[in-house]
Design a protein around this ligand. Structure first.
Ligand code: ATP
Length: 355
């Protein structure tokens, strides 16, 4: 899987750009505010339909313009042209010349992972970051996962609505059943995913941090020893008081530990970044094993925040993957020291790119 050509119009500081990156490592150097992160953001947006740094689409539209256009030529088992126009009142996705309705179709064509400057939220941030990561992996490796995830989300929303209108216990039971059935199925997928990730994560994280014991543990989001149906039944009164469902996979947690203690209590900021990168890259490695193709990995300004030793360890972890890689940094020489010799080097200056 690789991005062969990327065209941008009115995206952030780029008025127009036509870029053909290399199929393996791409190093993008440039001073502060030159547009490095914006390039990665554009690639991420094509794969995920959202940015990794803002929820507001308007912020990505170049000042003074009404909308932005992104067009990506991607090469997987087949070649595809993916296009999006977003902005004031505009929202249109195209795949090979046809209009597209569902983002899920695109996401499965162009899998992309970002290790951005805020990546340590994967370790120090709330559990929703880690749940989202688990679900991203499942979405790509397990075709039955997305319908179950949607069914569960809908069942919880409906049960929450019922709780707020004060329905009686009998009526609530039918919502309990819908939540429990889809929730237990979701839980089984997530446990299996954590089991599959754990080995690779432990190898990558131990190598990245040079520590012996790194663990990954899944807590399902309801009390141990109970089925989800039992937990929902027992918590009804609390749920009614709060007006929403307090048990279920939407409350699950993925605990990352180092030498037996939760990572966020145990490691430094730089180490948190390494752990976050190892977690994300273990997801990419699992994807490669199951789908037999690579993930596009975006690494924003990370080497500059790590010392030489940690940066070279991270380079080795990335080198174990087969997908296309984009790394940004201020100094080209530092990037080149971190990456293989055959990498392609690009330089950005005020919204312009040169090789
Ligand atoms: N909607 C927009 N319209 C025009 N310019 C924008 C828009 N959004 C951001 N910019 C500008 O684009 C420039 C590039 O920002 P970007 O974050 O990509 O830089 P960067 O090279 O990653 O910088 P750093 O090294 O400091 O992280 C900045 O000057 C920013 O102010």
């Amino acid at each position: 899987m690789s991005l062969k050509r990327l065209r941008l119009r009115d995206f952030r500081c780029f008025e127009a750009l036509d870029w053909s990156p290399g199929h393996s490592w791409n190093l993008i150097s440039g001073e502060n505010a030159s547009g490095k992160t914006s390039l990665l953001e554009a690639i991420f947006f094509l794969g995920r339909g959202r940015s990794f740094r803002t929820a507001q689409v308007d912020r990505m539209v170049r000042s003074g313009a009404d909308c932005f256009d992104l067009v990506g030529d991607i090469q997987g088992q087949r070649a595809h042209r993916l296009g999006v126009r977003r902005g004031r009142g505009q929202g249109r996705w195209r795949l090979d010349g046809e209009d597209l309705r569902r983002m899920a179709e695109i996401a499965s064509l162009f899998p992309v992972l970002a290790v951005d400057t805020g990546a340590q939220v994967m370790i120090e941030g709330g559990p929703e970051n880690r749940r989202r990561f688990l679900d991203w992996g499942l979405f790509h490796v397990e075709p039955a996962f997305l319908p179950i995830w949607r069914r569960y989300r809908q069942a919880v929303a409906q049960r929450n609505g019922a709780l707020r209108t004060g329905v009686d216990d009998r009526s609530l039971s039918s919502w309990d059943q819908a939540v429990a059935e889809s929730g237990e199925a979701l839980d089984r997928y997530r446990r299996e995913q954590v089991g599959n990730l754990a080995g690779q994560f432990s190898v990558m994280a131990s190598a990245g941090l040079n520590v012996a014991e790194v663990g990954l543990d899944y807590q399902p989001g309801w009390r141990k020893g109970l089925s989800l149906a039992e937990a929902l039944m027992r918590n009804r009164e609390a749920d009614r008081r709060m007006g929403h469902t307090l048990s279920g996979p939407h409350r699950a947690e993925l605990v990352v530990s180092v030498e037996g203690r939760p990572a966020r209590e145990r490691v430094s900021r730089g180490q948190q970044k390494m752990l976050a990168a190892a977690l994300l890259l273990s997801g990419a490695a699992l994807f490669e094993t199951v789908r037999d193709r690579g993930v596009v990995v975006l690494l924003d300004d990370l080497p500059s925040e790590l010392d030489r030793d940690h940066a070279s360890r991270l380079g080795e972890l990335l080198g174990s993957l087969t997908g296309q890689i984009f790394v940004t940094g201020i100094e080209g020489s530092r990037l080149q020291a971190f990456a293989p010799a055959e990498s392609q080097l690009f330089h950005v200056e005020q919204g312009r790119l040169r090789q």
